[in-house]
Design a protein around this ligand. Structure first.
Ligand SMILES: Nc1nc2c(ncn2[C@@H]2O[C@H](COP(=O)(O)OP(=O)(O)O)[C@@H](O)[C@H]2O)c(=O)[nH]1
Ligand SMILES: [Mg+2]
Length: 421
């Protein structure tokens, strides 16, 4: 199956270069969308009017851009053409960002709340921007970018937990470019810094998209991580996220070590309207995983999320236990677990990375849920994680509520960090 990212790379990226990640929108998104889809075996996009009266009785048009029955984008406007324009533009952006796949078999989950996600990211990143990165934006506006200024910027990057090596490399490259006269205004230097950071953070991750082909249903997510990092809360958020996009979700409470763990999940499950499979405290976690898988099958669930214990690995056979759960799931479906997500606590900085490495050695982690990003001013840790673990950050935790998360988006993140103060 072609993933969204592959589709974009193969067909769309060159053609959409002009609306690129930070570029200007096309003049006429409607005809652009049409052009792109035509001749590629995709149906012609259509537009569905779904609302027509604003609160003060003035017309507000709300339009969905569809391909077949897949909603690719939603737009609003005071005129129908404006709303269509906005819907087509969002569709193009969704395709480009990989949050929406056009591959026939795959399931398109439109990020309807793109704006909300961006705001959540901005909010979570605010302490880091206020404390550290905003100063960089100011320094780049200095009348002369001399050695003292570069040193200070370098120090700020390091203080924000970016990591020494990465900070030195990025600053060195910027300096060279300024010296070579390639960047001749503060804005140009700031943009170049943004680009460098974004590039460091992007990978080939194309989004968690549980497949609709039935073969790998349920889509199994194994959640691992040390106690206290925010794992159970993050499971609740993921369950909420998937269930909101129309997926049927089951949670397996395989942290049987702490009596309170299953209860906490049950409460979260109830809150977000998702079934939780649990055994008595002290039960075999492998057996819970097995039962949760069977229940998911029986109930036709799309996604199964398994919570695991997180007592400190050095003092126990936790890693062996995780490997066993992994084997149990893999025996049910040879492609399961489809994701092994490591929850990290952003507030623990580089200490968290040490733990992360040992988890990664025991069970190959496919992605990271970075919880509590809102609780630290050292948001630079995101770069260190990407650098040292080579595992993509999939989601960020932006608060304690079930809706307080966002899919990690390198560009949103960097834009928020270096937004003008
Ligand atoms: N501010 C904030 N708090 C969080 C976030 N995620 C989890 N927490 C809090 O962290 C604490 C531990 O969470 P929990 O899910 O029980 O951790 P676990 O032991 O890893 O399962 C709780 O008080 C959560 O409310 C987040 O993204 N932001
Ligand atoms: Mg827990």
């Amino acid at each position: 199956m072609e993933t969204a990212r592959q589709f974009v790379d193969r067909h769309l990226a060159p053609e959409l270069a002009d609306i690129g990640r930070s570029g200007a929108p096309p003049e006429n998104p409607k005809s652009r969308l049409q052009e792109l889809l035509q001749g590629r075996g995709h149906p012609t996009p259509s537009y569905r009017l779904i609302g027509r009266e604003g609160p003060d009785h003035s017309p507000v048009f709300s339009v969905e851009a569809l391909v077949g029955e897949q909603i690719l984008g939603i737009g609003e406007g005071g005129r129908k053409s404006e709303a269509e324009h906005a819907a087509a533009k969002e569709a193009l952006e969704n395709i480009l960002s990989g949050s929406c796949s056009l591959a026939q078999e795959s399931n398109c989950t439109v990020r309807r709340n793109r704006q909300e996600e961006r705001q959540a990211t901005e909010q979570a990143v605010k302490p880091s921007r206020d404390r550290w990165f905003g100063r960089i934006v100011g320094l780049l506006r200095s009348p002369r970018l001399d050695d003292a200024v570069w040193d200070e910027i370098e120090e700020i990057l390091i203080s924000s937990d970016v990591g020494v090596e990465t900070s030195l490399r990025i600053i060195e490259q910027l300096r060279e470019r300024v010296k070579a006269g390639q960047l001749d205004s503060p804005d140009a230097v700031t943009d170049a810094l943004k680009q460098a950071l974004t590039q460091d953070l992007s990978g080939d991750f194309e989004g968690l998209l549980p497949s609709d082909d039935g073969a790998s249903k349920p889509y199994v997510i194994l959640m691992v991580g040390v106690n206290g990092v925010g794992k159970t809360t993050s499971i609740g958020k993921l369950a909420h996220h998937f269930s909101e996009s129309g997926k049927r979700v089951v949670i397996g409470a395989a942290d049987t070590f702490r009596a309170a763990a299953a209860e906490q999940l049950e409460i979260l499950g109830e809150r977000v309207g998702v079934d939780v499979i649990r055994h008595a405290a002290g039960a075999d976690p492998g057996a819970v995983a097995y039962d949760a898988y069977q229940a998911s099958k029986a109930r036709g669930a799309d996604v199964l999320i398994i919570d695991t214990a997180g007592r400190l690995h050095t003092k126990s056979n936790l890693m062996e236990e995780l490997r066993k759960i992994h084997r149990v799931l893999n025996r049910q479906d040879t492609s399961a677990p489809h994701e092994v997500i490591l929850t990290l606590d952003a507030t623990t900085g580089h200490n968290g990375l040490v733990q992360a490495k040992s988890f990664n050695e025991a069970v190959n982690c496919t992605g990271i849920f970075l919880a509590k990003l809102d609780g630290t001013a050292r948001g630079g840790i995101v770069l260190a994680i990407r650098q040292e673990l080579q595992v993509p950050i999939l989601f960020i935790g932006t608060g304690e509520g079930m809706g307080d998360m966002a899919p990690f988006d390198a560009e949103d993140f960097v834009d928020a960090l270096l937004a003008p103060v």
